[in-house]
Design a protein around this ligand. Structure first.
Ligand SMILES: *Cc1c(COP(=O)(O)O)cnc(C)c1O
Length: 392
């Protein structure tokens, strides 16, 4: 039956696991997100095994559920924190401040002061004014400088807005010394769901030049390199395995630093840690054509862009959809339930559903553990934020 669809379920999860999720969600109100903590645990362990030299700073924004944070806390992870609200959550869950970095380049001075007061001593920066704020509000702290990347090859680029050009990075290293801060390292984010591992190579080459420049020209020994997130989750378009990414990245580090690797290498995975751990259970609200001659029916789900699937903007992230109905595959347009015409999920990329699919049936949206619930809107059209449940 499965090979009638444009992908087999087994590409993304075992039939056994699917049946467990289906059974677990049988009586739950849709839409809802089911999170499997075992998957997060094994993703964390796989990163640790494949990149044993790297310290993991989980990017909390990807999935900030208490249970996820608590699990990673117990596994020994560190955390990339973006706001004082995330900081408060982590402190409430007993994560010590020496396991956190303030990784947002856009921050108020009073929030920097708050992080400092709570004991955080590791801050990102990418501009003189921000560095100035850090020097006042977090005196003596470690700072790492984020480089601009292009995000080429990434499904969700994170480019332009963050980071600075290497010339400015040099100035910031010198400024940090003048300000009494410790210029600790360099960071970059290659772009989220980065399918071209070569992007790490490009960025690392620049980082290597900065390390050498700092030592020779500024008398500063940088100690840390932070390679950001970017590791993939399993969506419709396939990627290399984590093993392959790890092997390549290790080679790039060897090429750049030879036998003199930096003391500390950090990664900040979000998507690759939580994405595969989630399945959104959704229901078909309507199936309709706009005219009798239309080729493709519109399939309206009870979740859309505002309910947590904002990463379908420009069809950037293509979630695997699993329909259970019978019949040969027919092409469809997929849209959400809100009264906003931008709430269309997929129109250009052709998804299919089994011909006999009916209104009221469930659709399983796979690989939705990252950047879904945390993105869902509060009561637009009265729809509540996306509910989530931990798979038991
Ligand atoms: C969002 C974010 C991450 C996580 O990136 P993924 O591609 O989801 O792994 C890491 N670092 C920073 C600074 C981020 O903003």
């Amino acid at each position: 039956m499965d090979d009638q669809y444009h992908f087999p379920l087994e590409t993304f999860m075992s039939r056994e696991k699917f049946d467990r999720i289906k059974q677990f969600s049988k009586d739950l109100e849709t839409p809802c997100l089911i999170l499997d903590l075992d998957v997060i645990k094994s993703n964390y362990e796989s990163l640790r095994t494949n990149l044993p030299f790297a310290k993991v700073f989980y990017a909390v924004k990807a999935n900030p559920e208490d249970e996820v944070v608590a699990l990673l806390r117990d596994l020994g992870s560190n955390f990339d924190v973006a706001t004082r609200y995330e900081l408060d959550q982590l402190l409430r869950l007993g994560v010590s401040p020496d396991r956190m970095s303030f990784g947002n380049t856009i921050k108020k001075e009073k929030d920097i002061a708050y992080f400092y007061e709570k004991g955080v001593r590791l801050f990102v920066t990418d501009s003189p004014m921000d560095l100035d704020k850090i020097s006042r509000a977090a005196p003596g702290s470690r700072v790492f400088i984020r480089l601009l990347t292009e995000g080429l090859g990434a499904d969700w680029p994170l480019s332009r807005k963050f980071g600075c050009h290497p010339d400015l990075a040099r100035q910031l290293i010198k400024m940090a010394v003048r300000f009494g801060l410790e210029p600790y390292g360099i960071s970059f984010h290659p772009g989220s769901q980065q399918r071209d591992v070569g992007q790490w190579s490009t960025a690392l080459t620049t980082v290597g030049q900065l390390f050498r420049w700092a030592k020779e020209e500024a008398g500063v020994t940088l100690k840390m390199i932070n390679m950001g997130g970017g590791f993939p989750a399993n969506y419709v378009e396939p990627t290399d395995s984590i093993q392959q990414y790890a092997e390549d990245i290790k080679r790039f580090l060897d090429n750049t630093f030879k036998s003199e690797w930096p003391e500390e290498v950090i990664i900040e995975p979000g998507r690759s840690m939580a994405g595969d751990a989630g399945v959104i259970v959704s229901e078909i609200v309507n199936i309709a054509k706009k005219s009798v001659h239309d080729r493709y029916p519109w399939v309206f789900l009870d979740i859309g862009k505002f309910g947590g699937l904002i990463e379908t903007l420009d069809e950037a992230i293509k979630y695997p959809l699993y329909f259970e109905g019978q019949g040969k595959p027919v092409s469809i347009i997929i849209a959400g339930p809100t009264c906003d015409s931008m709430d269309i999920l997929y129109e250009k990329w052709t998804y299919t559903m089994p011909e006999k699919t009916k209104i009221g049936e469930r659709v399983y949206i796979l690989t939705t553990g990252a950047y879904t619930k945390s993105y869902s809107s509060i009561y637009f059209n009265g729809f509540p934020p996306l509910a989530s449940h931990i798979l038991k």
